[in-house]
Design a protein around this ligand. Structure first.
Ligand code: ACO
Length: 329
């Protein structure tokens, strides 16, 4: 592939409202000590009443457009990764388009849970190969707080709401980050280990009946942990090999933010020192598809990622889906 895939801009948004571990101690039988030591999470952001996935996505998109020095009217495609869209129909991408005040662009949602951003990025690369002049908004947005059973301590402490966005184009610009490669895999036979079945057509509700537990995130935490570390490491090694790169050439490891222990375990397997591993999980918890662009935008803005850095992004999520991406900043 001779085409350069340019990240023209990055943006992010997290709701103002914050729930600390101390706040959760008042809701379920948990403790700040348990949550911090098992996950690294100290706070998470939660949407306000009336605030939806598309509202957050539009905010992140506006920041990415400003960062790209582009007008919203220049966009040609909107690719949205989410498992918590505002509605089944219309797609979240269509809702985002409406909130951005534009019409005409093709709009599509991608469903790959926590690997969603890399899946969406790869989709965007495909569109750019077909239409090299395209200007693609790739946006991830999650309102997981509305798909959580707030009485279930094994899940409710882990997640948060947020959005992250990137503008991707093809071209020659050398002063902007370039997506070098993306590799994606999945194993549907393990799908039942992490589910949100409610709302799917196999789980039809009858009018006026209350929803059951299937409406909320359900998972086998320990099993996910093992698969996550193994697959994030494996696919990252294969991606580096395919690009003729050694582990030692990675400047920044920026994994999906599911649990600090997972992030730490992946870093150790790669022999990457802690100071080169980016994590903001203490502030946002697991924001599923939004976690990677939220982290990328923050790491770039704060100078954690420096110009010229090679950034490796391993992800893992429900499905199971997993992937790895390489970006040269
Ligand atoms: N507060 C206090 N105690 C708790 C809590 C809580 N919030 N949750 C569970 N416990 C208890 C359990 O009941 C259990 O008690 P028991 O020993 O009396 O039975 C004990 O703590 C240990 O539970 P484990 O599940 O074994 O704890 P573990 O160390 O595995 O940590 C965790 C659980 C944090 C969920 C971990 O397994 C994990 O992070 N797994 C990955 C899951 C994940 O990231 N899911 C997100 C989806 S993946 C993706 O991003 C799509």
């Amino acid at each position: 592939m001779n085409m350069n895939f340019i990240l023209r801009g990055l943006g992010r948004y997290a709701p103002e409202r914050v729930l600390s571990n101390a706040d959760l101690e008042k809701i379920v039988d948990t403790s700040d000590e348990w949550i911090t030591t098992r996950t690294g999470i100290q706070r998470r952001h939660v949407v306000a009443d009336g605030e939806n996935a598309s509202d957050m996505a539009a905010e992140a998109a506006r920041m990415a457009l400003a960062n790209a020095d582009m007008d919203v009217s220049e966009l040609t495609h909107i690719v949205c990764a989410t498992f918590t869209p505002d509605s089944v129909i219309p797609s979240c991408a269509c809702r985002i388009q409406e909130k951005l005040g534009i019409k005409g662009q093709m709009c599509i949602d991608v469903s790959a849970a926590c690997s969603g951003f890399l899946y969406a990025l790869q989709t965007a690369r495909g569109y750019l190969l077909l239409e090299p002049d395209a200007k693609v908004l790739v946006v991830s947005t999650e309102v997981i707080s509305r798909r959580i059973n707030w009485e279930d301590r094994t899940t409710c402490v882990l997640f948060g709401d947020a959005s992250g966005a990137a503008i991707m184009t093809a071209g020659e610009e050398s002063d902007r980050p370039r997506v070098l490669d993306v590799m994606l895999e999945a194993d549907g036979t393990l799908g039942d280990l992490l589910t949100v079945n409610g709302g799917g057509s196999a789980y039809a509700y009858k009018k006026d009946e209350p929803v059951g537990n299937e409406f909320f995130v359900q998972m086998e935490g320990r099993e996910i942990f093992k698969h996550a570390v193994r697959n994030m490491v494996g696919i990252s090694e294969r991606l580096l090999e395919r690009n003729g790169l050694a582990k030692s050439e990675v400047d920044v490891l920026l994994p999906h933010q599911a649990n600090y222990r997972i992030i730490d375990a992946v870093g150790r397997k790669f022999d990457i020192p802690e100071e080169k591993v980016f994590s903001n999980i203490h502030e946002y918890g697991n924001t599923s598809a939004a976690s990677v662009p939220l982290a990328l935008s923050e790491a770039w803005d704060t100078g954690f990622i420096k110009p010229g850095n090679l950034v490796l992004i391993p992800t893992f999520g429900g499905g199971f889906t997993w992937g790895a991406g390489l970006i040269r900043f």
